[in-house]
Ligand binder design. Structure first.
Ligand code: CAA
Length: 396
């Protein structure tokens, strides 16, 4: 699990394989039996959080010097993939902790890392990421949240939208403009605490899927932030936010692979047990071809996600390109595969007696959050046109 830049992309190391087996065992025992209920009630699964935290799977990427497990980005992807294979909502626990803390790892100094990361590693706090605003989604740099100087510190005003695990997290990485004349270079990143005076939350959004992970607005009304809440130097927040997404979009790809694999497994099992016209529907070539296409796509997505994880772990120049490509491809695969899984189940797929409609609803968001797939294609194309190291050209 430790950072191993030399691992073979086509075969997991023993450590990664053991990690997969351990997360799968936990997911089967403690999360799968709860998944339908989590979706039905829309309540955050604190029992799942505790089970993940007890094994260190809730935030596996926090380095050992901050009391974490020191897992690399592939380890983080494996955790998210295996949890998503049974419950999309629960997979947002490790995914969002990673999204919230990566800006500190990417752009923060020693003081801010040692102040916050151990608490997350110990399972005592969760961390969300706040970039989007009502009028600044894909065009994130047009944000209006504003922090103005107040002595040594800052006063923050504005709001953020679509914030995953809002209200559950104790800490929020918040991007705000400290110099609107400078555009992206005038954006800075801060840590906001849930109990900061002036901080409040909107009502939970009523969503299609990932219902056990609350999504809410954040409001900042003259929130006073001491100087030591800034992540990195003034004006580096945009770079930090983008570099963090380069790493964490791979995790959304992993979530998509997990959802697709979960749906595929259910469809294969159902095709063998469901009988029509006097034989199992798995005996019909029409079903076989569907299952074959689903399986091929899931494995292709997995390979791209793992390669992207390796590239980002090594800090290669193509991390932006691969992160966007993996997220885009895997989430499109997840949407197709989960939709086809519902089709294999026929009418039974459309009702809640089986998990495939939940996988399909949960898959949709993977094409949208951490940047829509239209934005991912834009990012891929821009890097492709730059060429060279930006696309990993020349590397096998
Ligand atoms: N790393 C470092 N710097 C980067 C970067 C990256 N990956 N991508 C862009 N930049 C830099 C550029 O180099 C440029 O800097 P210079 O001017 O010095 O060259 C600057 O940022 C502006 O870049 P662009 O000119 O490309 O800006 P743009 O506005 O045309 O496009 C974008 C930027 C890629 C579209 C960006 O706005 C983007 O990624 N949008 C999507 C936002 C997003 O992913 N939101 C999801 C939020 S997370 C979430 O979903 C919430 C949740 O809880 C799950």
């Amino acid at each position: 699990m430790a950072n191993n830049p030399d691992f073979d992309l086509y075969q997991l190391s023993d450590e990664h394989s053991e990690l997969r087996a351990a997360v799968r065992a936990l997911a089967q025992a403690k999360i799968a039996p709860r998944a339908a209920e989590i979706d039905e009630t829309g309540e955050f699964p604190w029992d799942v959080y505790e089970a993940l935290a007890a094994s260190g799977f809730h935030a596996i990427s926090i380095p050992e010097e901050y009391e974490g497990s020191g897992g690399d980005n592939l380890a983080a992807c494996i955790v998210v993939e295996e949890v998503a294979g049974v419950c999309g909502s629960s997979s947002l626990i490790p995914a969002v902790n990673k999204l919230g803390t990566t800006p500190l790892l990417v752009g923060g100094d020693e003081a801010i890392k040692s102040r916050y990361l151990p608490e997350v590693a110990r399972g005592e706090a969760m961390f969300s990421y706040a970039l989007s605003e009502p009028e600044a989604g894909s065009d994130a740099a047009s944000m209006r949240s504003r922090a103005v100087r107040d002595g040594d510190g800052w006063i923050l005003n504005g709001n953020k939208r679509w914030i995953t695990n809002a209200g559950i997290s104790k800490y929020y990485t918040v991007m705000a403009s400290t110099d609107p004349d400078k555009g992206p270079k005038g954006i800075s990143a801060f840590v906001v605490h849930a109990d900061d005076p002036g901080f409040s939350l909107g009502a939970p959004e009523r969503k299609l899927g990932i219902k056990g992970s609350p999504t809410r607005e954040l409001y900042f009304d003259n929130v006073k932030l001491p100087a030591d809440r800034m992540i990195g130097a003034e004006g580096t927040g945009w770079n930090t936010a983008m570099k963090a997404l380069d790493v964490t979009r791979v995790g959304i790809g992993a979530q998509a692979v997990g959802l697709a694999q979960g749906a595929l497994d259910a469809a294969v099992a159902y095709a063998k047990e469901r009988s029509q016209f006097g034989k199992a529907i798995a005996d019909f070539q029409g079903i076989q071809f569907m299952l074959a296409d689903m399986a091929i796509e899931v494995e292709a997505a997995r390979q791209l996600v793992y390669r992207a994880a390796a590239v980002s772990e090594r800090g290669e120049a193509s991390a932006t390109y691969f992160g966007a490509a993996a997220k885009c491809f895997a989430s499109d695969v997840a949407m197709r595969v989960t939709t086809d899984a519902v089709q294999v189940f026929g009418g039974y797929g459309y009702v809640k007696d089986y998990p495939v409609e939940r996988f399909m609803r949960d898959a949709k968001i993977t094409q949208i959050y951490e940047g829509t797939n239209q934005i991912q294609r834009m990012v891929v194309a821009r890097n492709l046109l730059k060429g060279g190291a930006a696309t990993g050209a020349g590397l096998a």
